[in-house]
Design a protein around this ligand. Structure first.
Ligand code: SIN
Length: 516
């Protein structure tokens, strides 16, 4: 039996970083790139990331302590401080890794890396590429490196299951039911924004990694913390990915105003337009409710050098019929990033031996209840590197055949449209028990086996949101009654026999390793 040392599920920045580093350690690697639209970039959120990567710039008066403090504050008291310090300490090395792979970050006139600011950051520490095309530049460089590395095989398609034999993940089963054996599997499948009707994510971001992990017996946590980006281009009738309007615009002076021209964030937070993302998204949501308008507006007209510095936003907004140099940009909060995911330790291990997770699909404890802007690409590179190291430690594990039935009853779900409508109506920026229960009823009604994974993930998110009865970070319960559970991680596992989700709000937020 031919056995890969490592199968990487997903081809975004975390997965490609893991694959390249594993191959350089002499491992045989397969990357499964599951783009639904046929293109690799289209299957990963990485390619759409705009703002950049946050990492300490010691030459600019920044410090690890300051980056940690900003991350903890944005995370609303729910981060794991050990994970925060550990991952952010490796931020500068993550940038060096990408530079070595040919990513051309933007430079300032003095020849250093150009640094911008986004919500929740006390200083300018975010590096970027192509102005506001950071993710596209990263993805192009890493994908090209993978395609030119003979030690890495690339398969197109989706993964259906991760068989577990004697308690260990032994490979993956593809969409055609074929078993691909591996000593280690890294889930790097990204997030779940496409469970909502309008999102900044591509259509493939439906939480497939969370479904795979649950079905493999792994524990997930913090699923209720879905981050809504405050400034997604308002697109009437939107169904799918909408243009992100990067927060870096506000870092360079753009302002968010309501339909009456009043600042959306004045008096809401001392950092105003550069408050953490959960605060700004909520303020925008409430401004829309108060004015009755379907959107708020970003005024970027006075941002210096707007067209050159923000080419992606400028082109996208112009394509939608607005000129950001002369006009306000209509924006709404949109489903953007999942702060929760598959519980991992700081070596990318889940609680299923042989199964690792890195990037947005994983919950390391870095993001807490609300991710600090531009910490995600940094985490993806750092944890992608660590996943490769961890997998290399397991190279001597004997390969095991996939024996017996591995696919539990997968269940059924309603149509994707019904799931997205239910999540949009009941699990948005503001939630309450009634709306969440309605969403739950809708996503458990069923249908078809095609959407069983989407329905499972939607059910897990809504169940966690119902279990957290108070508001914290980007989980805002308008009917919130504090039960003092903000410092607890709500975890869930799937009972493979009954299909029930076993939810357990018992793990201290500062102790994710113990959770694993
Ligand atoms: C943005 O460019 O505003 C998004 C950055 C992020 O999600 O961290």
């Amino acid at each position: 039996m031919d056995v890969d040392d490592l199968v990487v599920v997903g081809a975004g920045v975390a997965g490609l970083t893991a694959a390249l580093n594993a191959a350089e350690r002499g491992m045989s690697v397969t990357v499964v790139a599951g783009a639904r639209d046929g293109s690799v970039a289209g299957g990963t959120s990485t390619a759409y990331a705009q703002g950049g990567m946050a990492a300490v710039a010691t030459d600019r008066g920044d410090s690890l302590d300051a980056h940690v403090a900003d991350t903890l504050a944005a995370g609303a008291g729910h981060c794991d401080p050990v994970a925060v310090r550990s991952i952010l300490a490796d931020g500068p090395a993550a940038i060096a890794e990408l530079v070595a792979r040919g990513v051309a970050f933007d430079h300032d006139p003095a020849g250093g890396l150009a640094r911008t600011r986004e919500g929740g950051h006390g200083v300018r520490r975010i590096v970027h590429a192509g102005g506001d095309a950071t993710g596209a530049h990263l993805h192009a460089a890493l994908w090209s490196a993978v395609r030119h590395d003979a030690r890495i095989a690339v398969r197109r398609g989706l993964i259906r299951d991760i068989p577990v034999v004697d308690g260990r993940a032994v490979g993956v089963i593809d969409d055609d039911g074929r078993f691909v054996p591996a000593r280690s599997v890294v889930l790097a499948t990204g997030g779940l924004g496409a469970l909502w009707t309008a999102t900044t994510n591509p259509p493939s971001s439906v939480g497939s990694g969370i479904a795979l992990a649950l079905r493999a017996g792994a524990t997930v946590g913090d699923l209720e913390f879905v981050q809504f980006h405050p400034t997604m281009l308002f697109t009437p009738g939107a169904d799918g990915r909408c243009l992100l309007i990067t927060e870096a615009l506000r870092g360079e002076g753009a302002r968010l105003v309501d339909a009456d021209g009043t600042s959306v964030t004045a008096g809401v937070h001392p950092l105003g337009d550069l408050a953490p993302r959960d605060v700004v998204a909520s303020a925008a949501h409430h401004a829309m409710v108060a004015t009755g308008a379907p959107c708020v507006f970003l005024d970027a007209r006075h941002v210096p050098d707007l067209v050159r510095r923000f080419p992606t936003v400028t082109a996208g907004v112009r394509a939608a019929g607005f000129d950001p140099v002369r006009e306000l940009i209509p924006v709404v909060p949109g489903a953007h990033y999942h702060c929760g995911g598959v519980l991992t330790d700081l070596r990318a291990r889940t609680d299923v031996p042989g199964l690792l997770a890195a990037g947005e699909v994983a919950r390391t404890g870095l993001h807490g209840a609300n991710r600090l802007a531009s910490n995600s690409l940094t985490e993806a590179v750092v944890m992608g590197l660590r996943a490769a190291e961890t997998a290399s430690e397991d190279r001597t594990v004997s390969a095991r055949p996939c024996v017996g039935p591995t696919l539990p009853d997968r269940g059924i779900g309603p149509s994707a449209q019904v799931i997205r409508a239910a999540m949009t109506a009941g699990a948005g920026v503001d939630r309450d028990a009634l709306g969440l229960r309605n969403a739950l009823d809708a996503v458990v009604s069923g249908g078809t086996a095609d959407t069983a994974d989407m329905a499972l993930v939607a059910r897990a998110v809504v169940t966690a949101a119902l279990a957290r009865t108070d508001s914290v970070g980007c989980h805002r319960r308008s009917d919130g009654i504090s039960q003092g559970d903000s410092d607890r991680v709500i975890t869930a596992r799937l009972d493979r026999d009954t299909g029930d989700l076993l939810v357990s709000p018992t793990v201290p937020a500062g102790d994710p390793v113990a959770a694993v």
